[in-house]
Write a protein that binds this ligand. Structure first.
Ligand SMILES: Cc1cc2nc3c(=O)[nH]c(=O)nc-3n(C[C@H](O)[C@H](O)[C@H](O)COP(=O)(O)OP(=O)(O)OC[C@H]3O[C@@H](n4cnc5c(N)ncnc54)[C@H](O)[C@@H]3O)c2cc1C
Length: 397
């Protein structure tokens, strides 16, 4: 006898459907839910906020006290201003304080949890609960169509809503659930995308520089890294394949092949000044000793080995000095999305309202968080953008 299995599709209706249960999606859900909207968050992973949990080395650098529009990259540097002004670090700190989550300022205004990133995620989950937000985990949306409402289809459900918020993040860390879904959806609805690329990512040196320096992996120094009119004075770390550390991660977001990065290895130091004094012998040993006061010894020695002055003339010493302040590095590439903290580029801000994050072309369609062409510097700025853009859309849906 034949047995028929009828696969029934469950239909859900909401005022707003949010795709992606990360930082931006959860904040949007909370704001919209607090306004009495019936909201659903649809997440394809088996839990919410996985990136929050791994952020800041597990302690979540959830905001930055000195957040300014200048801390963000975007094709339109003005775009983020409105949302950032209407949901500030103080607003998020007030929420953290309400939950009595202990935190500290690590450096440069960066606020981290004392205990664990789980505190921040737990707080957002509780706020969702209080705001009556429905959460659907393990739910992969296969396609989205627009009839009168948006209709999002998963394997066994259909979600209907007049407002669709895309909060599916960028491409970094595919192994915890990053997908290109948000970009695909934007294209499907005719919105343009600024070419995505990995940001806040270690750089890979070319073969020659790898052979020269990478056996020094683990050494670090304070440098000024510059590229594309931007510069960052922070630590640089030599890795097994290239360069990392905050200075390099920051500048990587501005770097595009085949540009060069310039690195000042001795900021505010005049390495060859010792030779102005006629008593100091002009020797490699003296040069090494001087550079060792600025750089880790093995790196100083290696630098002198590869950049020894061609003569002991003033001109050759000036050339040595110039090179130490302007190491021209042409990276072979980056460590890619597997190691990138963020994705630079994304949904073109020209397509969106700066006030609400709604598409100018497709009413009811919103994009928030990292999927948008707004990328923060290292230091809590990316979460601040997720909170601010999420709140902007949550107040509008
Ligand atoms: C290792 C690491 C550490 C970081 N540390 C910090 C930090 O300390 N401070 C800081 O400010 N920033 C940090 N960042 C960056 C920050 O985590 C992101 O910028 C931020 O999480 C972006 O929020 P979002 O909500 O836009 O995207 P995400 O947090 O990435 O959330 C997107 C969600 O959408 C889901 N999703 C994707 N595709 C689909 C789909 N098709 N259907 C349903 N769901 C989908 C994903 O599973 C995910 O849960 C870090 C990033 C990494 C990788």
């Amino acid at each position: 006898m034949l047995r028929y299995v009828v696969h029934s599709i469950v239909t859900h209706s909401f005022d707003a459907l949010i795709l992606g249960g990360g930082a931006a999606g959860l904040m949007c859900a909370i704001e919209a839910g607090k306004r009495g909207r019936r909201v659903a968050v649809v997440e394809h992973a088996d839990r919410l906020g996985k990136k929050i949990l791994i952020s800041g080395g597990g302690r979540c650098n959830f905001t930055n006290l000195h957040c300014q529009p200048e801390n963000f990259l975007s094709s339109n540097p003005h775009f983020a201003k409105s949302a950032l002004a209407r949901y500030t670090p103080a607003d998020f700190i007030a929420l953290v304080d309400k939950y009595r989550i202990p935190y500290h300022e690590k450096t440069l205004g960066q606020l981290f949890c004392d205990r664990s990133a789980r505190d921040v995620l737990g707080m957002l989950e509780e706020e969702c609960r209080l705001a009556g937000v429905s959460i659907f985990l393990n739910t992969k949306i296969r396609e989205v169509k627009r009839a009168a409402d948006f209709v999002a289809h998963s394997a066994d459900a259909e979600f209907h809503a007049p407002a669709l918020v895309v909060a599916t993040g960028g491409l970094s860390i595919p192994k915890i659930g990053a997908t290109s879904f948000g970009y695909d959806l934007a294209r499907q609805f005719g919105l343009s995308i600024r070419e995505p690329r990995p940001g806040l990512v270690p750089l890979v040196l070319d073969a020659d520089d790898r052979a020269r320096y990478c056996d020094l992996a683990g050494l670090s120094a304070e440098v000024i890294a510059s590229c594309d009119g931007q510069q960052f004075r922070e630590k640089m770390l030599i890795t097994h394949r290239g360069l990392s550390g905050p200075a390099i991660l920051q500048i990587s977001s501005y770097w595009k092949r085949p540009e060069e990065i310039r690195i000042d290895l001795a900021p505010e130091n005049d390495v060859t000044a010792i030779f102005g004094d006629s008593k100091t012998p002009r020797t490699l040993a003296a040069l090494r000793t001087e550079l060792r006061t600025i750089l880790p010894h093995r790196f100083a020695d290696r630098w002198v080995e590869h950049h020894a002055p061609s003569a002991w003339t003033n001109a050759a010493l000036a050339d040595f000095e110039r090179k130490a302040h302007s190491w021209a590095v042409a990276p072979a590439g980056t460590e890619g999305y597997e190691k990138a903290e963020v994705t630079v580029g994304g949904v073109d801000t020209d397509e969106l309202s700066a006030k609400t994050m709604e598409s100018r072309k497709v009413s009811g369609l919103f994009f928030i968080g990292e999927v948008v062409d707004v990328t923060g510097h290292l230091g809590g700025f990316n979460f601040q953008w997720a909170w601010a853009s999420g709140a902007a859309a949550g107040r509008a849906v």
